[in-house]
Design a protein. Structure first.
Ligand SMILES: [Fe+2]
Length: 316
């Protein structure tokens, strides 16, 4: 009853969620991550849930991270562009696109939770990451808690302290939870002094504390990873508190609010924010990246500049 051979390190029994943990799995043998399955998924999934970025080489230059449209580009061509360029494909919500990925993600959490006392994921979802050798993911933090299952290629991951003002201002996390800002965060090289560095090979998973800032550099090979997000009672509470604090800060001018996730004040803030949203008092405008490139499998970098005449230029 452990088909994916998920292994949690027993000596870190109590560390899940509070420290960065790595363990093992057997997804590298799973045909869902082979080129044939990936091609089929990319051809079939709703393209508005697929994001392609061409990345730079310097983690301090997030402006080199450029969104590329992929209208009319087949799954096979997308993979070819990944092999050639320095691209990062985020196939979001693969659990909705194909029940095989949905079931797989659920099974992974069943195997993981069986080895972690008190870990009760209520729901899960996943994004498949397909990326070029040497592509980057710039310094950022994600709202939901997650586990990254690494399947193909090699990558280096830097993980920075979670909920630490020296690495991310609390207001930025409020904005991330509220969905009003890109996840990318201000970054300087000297942050690396406080980072933990992990080199991931196929067959390893990694989980850092929820909201810990991180960045990634691919080493060799086309990289394929499954990023799975999970939701627990605790992770939902954190989401509600940060969104409520943002509401109170931006609408009522209250600053320096507690980020405590339990207690009567936490409940009161959450209820207030929910009522405000229902009454339309907390409208949130969602920011989108603007595409400046298009994926072109035959181009040396796998992308070309987007011009006004390109089909899909107005896509986003
Ligand atoms: Fe991330």
């Amino acid at each position: 009853m452990n088909p994916h051979a998920v292994e949690y390190p027993a000596r870190l029994r109590d560390a899940f969620g509070t420290r960065t943990v790595t363990g093992l799995h057997r997804l590298a043998d799973n045909p869902l991550f082979g080129d044939a399955a990936l091609t089929e998924l990319l051809d079939r999934m709703p393209r508005e849930r697929l994001y392609a970025f061409s990345t730079g080489t310097d983690p301090e230059r997030v402006e080199d991270n450029r969104l590329a449209v992929h209208v009319g580009v087949s799954g096979a061509q997308l993979l070819q562009a990944v092999r050639r360029g320095r691209l990062w494909l985020n196939a979001t919500r693969v659990d909705l696109a194909d029940p095989r990925y949905r079931d797989l993600i659920r099974e992974l959490y069943v195997e993981l939770a069986a080895q972690i006392p008190g870990f009760v994921p209520e729901s899960s979802q996943g994004t498949l990451l397909i990326s070029s050798p040497r592509a980057l993911v710039y310094y950022h933090a994600d709202g939901p808690a997650s586990v990254l299952w690494h399947v193909r290629g090699r990558k280096r991951v830097w993980v920075y302290p979670a909920l630490h003002a020296g690495y991310m201002q609390r207001e930025l996390l409020e904005d991330i939870f509220a969905g009003v800002r890109h996840e990318y965060l201000p970054y300087a090289r000297d942050y690396d002094d406080g980072a933990q560095i992990f080199d991931l090979a196929p067959g390893q998973w990694i989980a850092w504390p929820q909201n810990a800032p991180h960045r990634v550099t691919n080493l060799d090979g086309v990289n394929v990873s499954l990023s799975t997000e999970y939701f627990t009672a605790a992770s939902r509470r954190r989401f509600q508190i940060y969104v409520a604090n943002r509401f109170l800060r931006t609408r009522l001018g209250l600053s320096g609010l507690s980020a405590r996730e339990d207690g009567a004040m936490a409940v009161a803030k959450t209820l207030l924010q929910r009522s405000a949203r229902r009454l339309g008092l907390n409208p949130l405008s969602f920011r989108q990246h603007a595409p400046v490139l298009r994926v072109a499998a035959d181009a040396p970098a796998g992308v070309l500049p987007l011009t006004a005449g390109d089909a899909g230029a107005a896509h986003d």
